[in-house]
Design a protein around this ligand. Structure first.
Ligand SMILES: Cc1cc2nc3c(=O)[nH]c(=O)nc-3n(C[C@H](O)[C@H](O)[C@H](O)COP(=O)(O)O)c2cc1C
Length: 451
């Protein structure tokens, strides 16, 4: 497989934060004036008020052409599937159209990304009442898919001693009521399975040693990785033997089986942010000379084996997602071209959606963080690997999120930190975008509080 996009030749400038932001502001302004004109016209002709959407679509097309020149230009725009098509024709924002992944119907395209809560207080990998409150509140708040945080496939695979896990059967029961609570609130629920590799055994609130390795005598452990090089100032990992690699593949599959038993409706494999799988992928981290290192085929072998193993234990109609860092933002490292190639392979191996993030692999790099800063990567993966994607990263405003879908840059958006401060972000978005409360997933108990 060959591809012509690499980190080096991909033009980030067209997507610079400032440009994107200005473009969005301009579009918003155009939309506002188009709406105004449409309202005035409808008023004159006595027609029912169609609040501004014709203007919106027109303006999106005009601007979309410009914005995507030479980059996302070949992304087919705006209408991700037939249900969206229908909804667009009745003017419903794409954010509030359902999405189908295999046998799973997700009620909208506003998803909660995995966010580690470091709250398995007993350090036994079991979720707690905090997790119930955290996830169920956001399901009640209208999110379509809740992707539960990095969940370790073995104790050494935890990022911190207080990470949750699915490495043991006695953890299944602890998840079941949370999973059921999320479903009862109308959302779909996925779990992100993770092995932290050389970024494991790190501190967090309540444990101490924030941003550094936890010493063995305080509950830390020897970390493992494809090669014995350390992440920044973290303790050096031990290089994994081939038998151990095979065992970890089996641990991912076993954890996926437990996820199914707990009632999860989808599985996401965490291949991003510099954890074990992305350590294997990255040429700056993986120095192996055996079949799990070297060229891209070797470096992606671990991920593909995990995908195959997980796919073989989950039901045929259950979606499988992979989260990937599209670049490590370091010269000579992991880049968009490799991400596209891996995404194509993932699709061939039964992955239904790529959750596109960036970074976390190599320390001390400069990341141009700002609104939408990772959206171009989701767009490129969607266009060049022909696989559904989600966009994530500083997507905080309803119109901004809707625009990403209208541009065809992604099939769904993920709202992370903004959802930590606003569990009902989707309800607020519905209000801002003019969706009638009757079309929003308000729980019966909350309908009297509708915007
Ligand atoms: C508290 C916190 C914990 C996170 N934990 C995870 C995690 O477990 N797995 C993961 O893939 N990303 C994790 N992330 C990254 C988020 O999923 C998301 O990609 C990131 O916050 C950017 O999106 P945002 O700007 O909407 O917050 C975490 C982020 C935060 C803020």
């Amino acid at each position: 497989m060959q591809d012509d996009i690499t980190h080096d030749n991909f033009d980030f400038r067209g997507f610079s934060v400032e440009n994107r932001h200005e473009t969005e502001l301009r579009r918003d302004e155009e939309e506002r004036s188009a709406k105004k004109k449409a309202r005035a016209k409808a008023g004159k002709s006595g027609k029912a008020d169609k609040p501004g959407k014709p203007g919106k679509v027109k303006s999106a097309k005009a601007k979309g052409g410009k914005d995507k020149a030479g980059k996302g230009g070949d992304v087919s725009v705006a209408l991700p599937d037939k249900s969206a098509d229908r909804a667009a024709s009745d003017k419903r924002p794409l954010l509030f159209t359902p999405m189908q992944l295999r046998g799973l119907t997700i009620r909208n395209r506003i998803w909660l990304p995995p966010m580690d809560m470091y709250s398995a207080y007993a350090r036994d990998g079991k979720p707690t009442p905090f997790h119930y409150q955290h996830y169920v509140s956001r399901a009640l708040g209208g999110f379509g898919l809740i992707i539960v945080e990095a969940t370790a496939v073995c104790p050494e695979g935890r990022i911190s001693p207080k990470d949750v896990g699915l490495w043991s059967d006695d953890q299944i029961e602890a998840w079941r009521w949370i999973v059921q609570g999320v479903k009862d609130a109308g959302a779909a629920v996925a779990v992100q399975l993770n092995h932290a590799g050389r970024k494991g055994s790190t501190g967090c609130f309540g444990v101490g040693h924030d941003g550094e390795s936890v010493p063995f005598d305080e509950g830390g452990w020897q970390t493992v990785a494809p090669s014995p090089n350390a992440y920044g100032s973290y303790a050096a990992p031990r290089e994994l033997g081939v038998d151990e690699i095979h065992a970890i593949v089996g641990q991912f599959a076993a954890a996926a089986g437990r996820a199914v038993a707990a009632g999860f409706q989808a599985v996401e494999i965490h291949a991003a942010h510099g954890y074990l799988i992305s350590q294997f992928l990255d040429p700056l981290v993986n120095e192996r000379t055996d079949e799990y290192g070297g060229d891209l085929e070797g470096r992606m072998r671990f991920l593909i084996e995990i995908v195959d193993a997980v796919r073989s234990v989950i039901p045929e109609d259950m979606p499988l997602l992979v989260r990937i860092s599209a670049t490590d933002w370091a010269a000579g490292g992991w880049d968009l071209g490799q991400t596209v190639m891996v995404s194509r392979a993932l699709k061939e191996h039964g992955v239904d959606l790529v959750d596109v993030s960036t970074g976390g692999i190599v320390p001390d790099v400069t990341i141009p963080v700002g609104p939408n800063y990772q959206v171009p990567f989701a767009s490129q993966v969607r266009a060049h690997a022909a696989v559904p994607t989600t966009a994530v990263g500083l997507i905080t405003k309803p119109k901004q999120a809707e625009r990403i879908l209208r541009d065809g840059a992604a099939d769904a958006v993920e709202i992370g930190r903004a959802a930590l401060r606003d569990p009902a972000w989707p309800m607020r978005a519905a209000h801002k975008l003019g969706v009638a409360p009757s079309d929003v997933p308000y729980p019966d108990q909350y309908i009297r509080g509708a915007y």
